[in-house]
Ligand binder design. Structure first.
Ligand code: HEM
Length: 184
């Protein structure tokens, strides 16, 4: 049970409806993205810092917040450029980001609110700067694709770990999950 990042990206683009026009709009606004990235990073880490549990994770190692500020800015900019036009590099990068969060124990309950903050804050900034609805919609779609990668990594890593430890087949595991869900 593990995914191929590029195939997953293609599936998400189709499901979320990221079009060639959306990509063009994003790329045309790369400079704006670069200009606001720092401010968005400030909002993001202020939000995480207000939550006791997430603040604990952020401050667990020396210099982490500082390093994360820089990685957030890179991540934010990559949403505009699409790196290699949303190709293999983009997919591998997003999958890697997903795996890092799983390793640190950051789950859906942390990541979803955090992405909601990005969408909300960037939406307000777009409005204040008189940017188009097309850009707002394209950016929201890219954020949802990136969110899907982090969420899927959580599922894939958890499932793979159970299969490896128990030797169960994927079919048996799925059946047990379905049975478990019915009994809750
Ligand atoms: C919108 C959701 C999020 C995005 C886009 C995001 C983005 C990133 C990126 C780009 C990295 C660097 C990955 C690398 O090293 O290659 C990272 C690492 C990390 N993130 Fe997130 N993140 C998100 C949510 C969260 C949340 C909710 C937390 C909770 C505290 C968190 C804490 C961390 C930590 C602790 C690291 C590893 C730092 C280290 O290298 O020591 N992230 N994140």
């Amino acid at each position: 049970m593990t995914i191929e990042p590029r195939a997953f990206l293609t599936t998400m683009e189709t499901r979320i409806g990221l079009t060639a026009e959306d990509k063009k709009v994003m790329q045309a606004n790369t400079d704006w993205g670069t200009a606001v990235a720092e401010e968005m990073a400030d909002h993001f880490y202020a939000f995480l810092g207000r939550d006791e549990e997430m603040n604990g994770i952020l401050n667990a190692t020396e210099g982490r917040v500082h390093r994360l500020h820089a990685t957030f800015i890179d991540w934010f900019n990559q949403m505009f450029t699409g790196m290699d036009n949303w190709g293999d590099d983009y997919a591998k990068c997003r999958w890697h980001i997903g795996l890092i969060h799983v390793k640190i124990g950051i789950g859906p309950q942390h990541v979803v609110p955090a992405m909601a903050v990005v969408v909300d804050k960037v939406g307000k900034k777009l409005k204040a700067d008189g940017k188009s609805d097309e850009l707002k919609e394209a950016l929201a779609k890219v954020c949802m694709i990136d969110l899907a990668f982090i969420e899927q990594a959580y599922v894939e890593v958890s499932s793979s770990a159970v299969l490896k430890e128990t030797g169960w087949s994927a079919a048996l595991f799925r059946r047990l999950i379905a049975t478990g869900a019915s009994s809750m």
